[in-house]
Design a binder for this molecule. Structure first.
Ligand SMILES: [Zn+2]
Length: 225
């Protein structure tokens, strides 16, 4: 009943504020199929140096694209959670084959773990964009998501504000902790985040997950800055 009411309410809202594609302005979706298909692929320049803890990083598109930039900003800072749907579709479209191959090649269980927010930031923002994205990917790819393993125990200065790569690596050191490590023992973990720049966050999260028994760590993001 509650679900139905929410649905009716949502339809009512859509009537008042029809969704428009933020790429081309067409009605009906926050990001239409055509615009999604036009996003440039991201060509990985392999693993960045010094990122020993993450085995591979999969990236769907480039943050240099203006629509991608706008979409991620709205998704992350302006509460447009519905963008998780097209952004996860984009990941599946661009990287689905790679992920399927990974699942088929491994003899271990594959899990999705979203990069967590520190508690204070989560309260302020009200949601973790990486978790919403992770949930969509979990549903689309039928991979279980675990949110009670990786925790962010220290607040950090936003990595975006730090330009120097070594300082970024230092800023993120020791901010993650693992609980319930038995869940990840010998598992392949897909670490999900909205964006990666130097890979420092994915690497540090990968480090603690490996230390806790994770077998292989794959970073997966919508875009690379
Ligand atoms: Zn469009």
């Amino acid at each position: 009943m509650a679900g139905k009411l929410i649905h009716i309410f949502k339809e009512f809202l859509d009537l008042l504020f029809p969704q428009k594609c933020l790429g081309c302005g067409i009605s009906g979706a926050t990001l239409c199929e055509k615009c999604l298909a036009s996003f440039p692929p991201f060509f990985a320049e392999n693993k960045p140096p010094n990122l020993s803890e993450t085995d591979e990083i999969f990236v769907a598109t480039s943050y240099k694209d203006e629509i991608v930039k706008k979409a991620i900003w709205l998704f992350k800072y302006r509460g447009v959670k519905s963008l998780a749907e097209p952004l996860s579709s984009l990941i599946v479209k661009k990287l689905g084959d790679k992920i399927t191959r990974l699942i088929n090649d491994t003899r271990q269980t594959v899990l999705i773990i979203p990069i967590p927010l520190a508690r204070k930031k989560f309260k302020k923002r009200g949601y973790n964009q990486a978790e919403i994205l992770g949930k969509c990917l979990s549903d689309k790819l039928s991979i279980k998501m675990e949110t009670n393993v990786l925790y962010k125990i220290k607040e950090t200065i936003s990595q975006v504000e730090i330009k120097d790569r070594n300082k970024r690596l230092k800023n993120i050191q020791g901010v993650f902790a693992v609980k319930n490590s038995e869940i990840i023992r010998n598992k392949v973990i897909i670490l999900v985040d909205d964006i990666t720049t130097t890979g420092a966050t994915l690497n540090e999260a990968g480090r603690v997950l490996k230390q806790a028994g994770g077998k292989k760590i794959i970073g997966l993001t919508v875009a690379k800055g």
